[in-house]
Design a protein around this ligand. Sequence first.
Ligand code: P1T
Length: 379
Amino acid sequence: MGFATIAIHAGQKPDPSTGAVITPIYQTSTYVQEGVGIHKGYEYARTQNPTRSALEANLAALEGGKFAYAFASGMAAINVVASLFAAGDHCVVSDTTYGGTFRLFDKVLKNFGLEFSYVNTSNLDAIVKAVKPNTKMVFIETPTNPTMALTDIRAVANIAQEKGVKLVVDNTFMSPYLQQPIALGADIVVHSTTKFLNGHSDSVGGIVVLNDPIIAERIAFLQNAAGAILSPFDSWLILRGTKTLAVRMRQHEENGRRVANFLVENPKVKKVFYPGLADHPQHKLACQQMSGFGAMISFETGSYEKATRFLESLKLCLLAESLGGVETLVCHPAKMTHASVPATERDRLGITDGLVRISVGIEDVEDIIADLEQALSIM
Ligand code: P1T
C-alpha cells in the first residue's frame, strides 16, 4: 500500500460497536472489569486507551516500525528515550538540535549522571571519535533545527551498529513522508507530533517508533510508569492530521522550494539554508536520503536589528515558535527556540542574531512570497 493509503487507514478500523468510520475519542479514565482481572485489554487509561492505540498503530505504520508510543509532547518522548539509559551511560548528540532537547540533556538529565557529548554529526569522523566504551546512544536531528545541516543516517547507523550503540533520529523536520530513518538503519525514531504530523497548530504531542520488541517493552513500561501520556483528544487530532499528511507535505514541499528560490534571488538576503538548494553543502545527501526537501528554511539577514525589523513587518506570516502547521510560521531562533543554548555556543553553531527561520505553510505561495518581499523591503 502507498503512503497516503496507510496514513488514512492504518490503525483505524470502523468502531466495532457503532460502525463509526472515525475512531472515537475514548474519553475515559478507566474500564469496567467483568471479574477481577477479566477485561477487554483495557484496565486504566494511563496504561492503555483505544484512541491512543489507534494513533500509535498509525504512526508505527507510517514510520515503517513495529511499535509506537505516544507522549504528551515531543520533549516527553525524548525524555523517555533517554530514560532507557542509566547514570554513567554516555550519549553522542548532534551539536545543533532543537534548543529544548539540549536543555533537557544539559540542564536535567546530566544531573542524573547521564553524560552527553555534542558533536557535529555531519562529520562522521567526529562521531567515531566521540564514541566511548560507555556510549549507549547516538542522537541526531537531521536536518538540524535551525541550521538545516544534514547527517548521513545510513552511515551513522552503520557506525552505531559496529559500536553496539543505539541510533535515535528526531524526524520532526521531515515527517515520514519525506524521510524514513528506520529504513535507513535507525533503531528509534522520535517526533514532536506537534509539527507536521498533526499539522494544524492545535495539539502538542510526541511519538517514539521502533522495531526492537525488547526496547519497545521497556518504552511501554516507561510510558505507564512515568505517565507523560498523550490525551485521547490529542490522539484523535493527530489521527485527523495524518490523514492529510501526504497532500499537506506535497504542498509544503512545493511552497518550500518556491520560497527558498525567492529568498536566494532577494538582494537583502545574505544566505539561505535549505537542503534543496544546489549550493547546500549536503545537497547530494539530501537527494539520497530524503524524498523531498521539506518546508523548513533559515536565512541570514545580517544583524539582530534587521531580523527583528523583518519579523515585525510581516502581515500574513505569523511570528511564532513551532513549525509544521498549515500556516506560515516565522521565528528568531536565537531569541526564541534556541534561547537556552549559550550565546557563544549559538555563534559557533551559526545560530546568529541575524538568523530567521521559516516554516513555510500551505497558503497560496504567491501570498507568502508577497508578504516576505514587503517585509524584506522594509528591513
Ligand atoms: O514542543 P514539543 O512537542 O515538546 O517538541 C519538542 C521538539 C523536538 N524536536 C524538534 C526537532 C523540535 O523542533 C521540537 C520543538 N520545536 C519547536 C517548538 C520549534 O519551534 O522549533
